[in-house]
Design a protein around this ligand. Sequence first.
Ligand code: FNR
Length: 414
Amino acid sequence: QSTIYRAGTLGRRPVVPADFAELERRARKVSSAEAWAYVAGGAGEGRTMRRNREAFDRWAIVPRMAAGAVDRDLSAELLGTRLPSPLLLAPVGAGALMGRDSDLAIAAGAAATGTPYIFSNQGCNPMEECAAAMGDTPRWFQLYWSSDERLVDSLIRRAEAIGAGALVVTLDTTVLGWRPQDLNLGSLPFAKGLGIAQYTSDPVFREIAAERARQPRERPKVTPGAIRALIAMSRNHPGPFWANLRSPAPRASVETFLDIYSNPGLSWEHLATLRRRTSLPVVLKGILDPEDARRAFDLGVDAIVVSNHGGRQVDNAVASLDALTAIRAELGPEPTLLFDSGIRTGADVFTALALGADAVLLGRPHLYGFALAGAHGVAEVIRNVIAELDLTMALAGTRTIADITRQTLTETPR
Ligand code: FNR
C-alpha cells in the first residue's frame, strides 16, 4: 500500500483508476454496447445487483484508535493453501468480449500478485494455457454441470491435470437468467462462438460433437451470424478459417455446446457423486439459502461460495451479503464460506470478512481492469483492493485477517 502512495506522490499516473466508479466509467467507454450489456448487466430490472451494493451500506466499520496494528499480515489459509490475501478472482465467461485472450491476460495479472484465478468453464482460452500463464500461483477450475456425464468427467480430469487447487461447481446457472439488455440488443456471446474454448479444446466434447454431426439433421441456414460464429470458432481450430467452412466440426461444436453446456435437471444426487469422481477439494458456488448450505456440507464438500452470480440470474433476489450473514449464523464458525457479488473495494472485503466470509471473489472489477490495460490492469485492480483492505485493517486496529470479526462492525440505523 505504501508503494501505491509513493507512486502517487511522485506524480506517476496509475494504470487504472483507483476508485470503482471511475474504473467502471472508463471501462464502459472502451467497450462495445454488446460487451457492456453482457458484462455489466444484471437480471431483469437490476434489483439484485443494486441490492448487493445496498446491503454493504447497512453495515459500518467502527475504526479503533491507537491499536498498534503495525506489521499487518493479510495472508489467509484456504483449503490447505496459504494465500497472500483472502482475495480470489471470480470465474468469468466470455471475457473476450472486452479484449482478445482475456483469460490468458487475467491469469497473468492474477499471477503477478499471487492471487488465485478460477478458470471459467466458459472461458475464452483453454484451461491448460491459462495454467501455463500462472506459474506456481494457485488456479482453480469452475465447472458447469453438462447434461453429458462423459464431459463432466473429462473436464474434471483436465482440472486435475492442470493442478487445480479446487473444483468449483456453479449451481445457479442451470438455465441462463432473464437478461433484457442482451435480449434487446439481440446479442449473446455464445452465439458468436465466445466462451466455448474449454469445450472445443476437450477431446470428449469433440467426440460428442462429431457424433452429433454424423446424425442426419436439417441443414442450418447460412446466416451472417453463423458465418461470424465460424470465424470466431476458427480461432480454436488450426488452419485458416475458410478451411473450417468446409469442415462440419465448428458449426457442430456451437450447436453441441448449446445443447449440452448445462443440465437444467441438476440435482443433489448428481452432486453426491462428486466426492468419488475427484480427489480435488470441491466447492459449490451460488448458494444463498442456509438449508442448501447445510445440505452442501452434508455431502462432504470443502467449501461453498455464497453468491447470486453478481445479480445476473434472479431479479429481486436476496442480497448476497445478507445470505452470507444468515448462512454463517446457521452453520456456525467452522465451515469454509467464500463470498461474492458486490465486492468493489477493500472496505467491502473487510465488511464481508467481518460478516463471516473466509475469502472473497472479485468479479466485474477485474474484467474492467483487463478492458483498460490487459494483464497490468488486472494486477493493478487487485493491488488497489488489497491496499485499501490493508489500510482499513490498520485504521480499524486489526493486524490479521482473523482479527476482522463481527465486533469491528455496527449496523447502521435505518
Ligand atoms: C460471471 N460469473 C460467472 N460465474 C461462474 O461461475 N461461471 C461463469 O462462467 C461466470 N461468467 C460470468 C461472466 C461475467 C461477464 C460476469 C460479470 C460474471 C459470475 C462471477 O463468477 C461472480 O459470481 C460475480 O461476477 C460476482 O459479482 P460481482 O463481483 O461482479 O458483483
